[in-house]
Design a binder for this molecule. Structure first.
Ligand SMILES: [Zn+2]
Length: 336
């Protein structure tokens, strides 16, 4: 089979899996759940060193092990790669760094890579994301921050997103080369006004009043930076959500002169108060930001409400072992 046919087969296999999920284009793919739903054993291992993941098949039993010491986005991509070996009927595979992060010449590795990218960043999903961020889905003109935002929404790495945008023909080679030079660490630091996220691998989202009523999916340790326009002469001030419990922590509260990021706000470009919250515990949290004048009651209806969903970690707090869901299933079976 030539490369084009190999890629076609892998893309079709990914589309087949996606069709069963009922996800809308642009949604992040719950890759660990997909693997468990197929009855494949899933475990997260520390100490795999340069091994990013393995796919093992013995008779009717299949298992995937992932390197738990790597960033979650890379674990997710590796998981999709290993699921690719499974769905495409490949035999057991050990995947070193080079097979996951570079382009491999091995036909099966090439197929597993194509499967992973097509599953986590299908053409429809990428186009839905481009539209969401206000770009022409056919000819987007993307900054590194735009690409980073899409990668954070889809739960994939910045580099994998640049590669897929190029593969899908959304950006020319020269743009991809420029984007590849940017390190996501720089983008996160810029979004956080110079500060680095508490956890190096955490993803960072910038939200404004234009994101009112939006649902945001997060992982533990991810940070959201909320830009709240300030008009000191109006006397109004922001009241931060009070009932966040231990699900979120306020990690920064700073004042920043006006910038172009306050797109579409009711207040036009104003100086902004930037509030950074870090997701600490899984669960659903309604984050409501009210404005009021000192002494007044809060006005009815918050100008900014964010529906945050923080996903549980796929493994126990030890950070390794069999997936939490399968661990619970085994316990239930053992006690039945
Ligand atoms: Zn592989």
């Amino acid at each position: 089979m030539n490369r084009r046919s190999l890629a076609r087969e892998a893309v079709l296999a990914a589309e087949h899996v996606l069709a069963e999920t009922g996800l809308s284009p642009g949604d992040p793919v719950p890759i660990f759940d997909l693997i468990e739903d197929r009855g494949i054993w899933l475990s997260f291992e520390a100490g795999l060193d340069r091994l990013l993941g393995t796919y093992l098949r013995i008779g009717d039993t299949a298992g995937i092990a992932l390197n738990a010491a790597r960033p979650l986005a890379l674990q997710r991509f590796t998981a999709a790669h290993e699921l690719g070996h499974h769905e495409l009927g490949h035999e057991s595979h050990l995947d070193l760094e080079a097979t996951i992060t570079d382009r491999s010449q091995d036909p099966k590795e090439f197929q597993a890579q194509t499967f992973a990218a097509s599953l986590l960043m299908s053409e429809l999903s990428v186009e839905a994301q481009l539209e969401h961020w206000g770009h022409d889905p056919d000819h987007p003109d993307l900054s590194a921050t735009d690409v980073y935002s899409i990668s954070a929404e889809l739960g994939v790495s910045y580099q994998a997103t640049v590669t897929q945008l190029r593969v899908l023909g959304k950006i020319p080679v020269v743009s991809a080369q420029e984007l590849w030079k940017v390190h996501p660490r720089q983008i996160k630091q810029m979004l956080l006004g110079g500060r680095r996220p508490d956890q190096q691998w955490a993803s960072v989202r910038r939200l404004t009043l234009a994101d009112h009523q939006r649902a945001v999916e997060l992982n533990v340790a991810d940070e959201i930076d909320i830009a709240l326009p300030e008009m000191p002469e109006s006397g109004y001030e922001w009241v931060l959500p009070s009932d966040i419990g231990d699900r979120f922590a306020l990690v920064n509260d700073r004042h920043q002169p006006s910038d172009a990021d306050l797109r579409g706000t009711l207040f036009g470009a104003a100086d902004a108060r930037h509030v950074t919250l870090k997701a600490c515990k899984p669960g659903r949290t309604r984050l409501e930001f009210f404005s009021r004048r000192p002494g007044d009651e809060c006005e009815a209806g918050a100008p900014l409400t964010i529906h945050a969903v923080t996903r549980p970690l796929p493994v126990s707090e030890l950070g390794q072992g069999i997936s939490t869901n399968q661990h619970d299933q085994l316990l239930a079976r053992a006690s039945a």
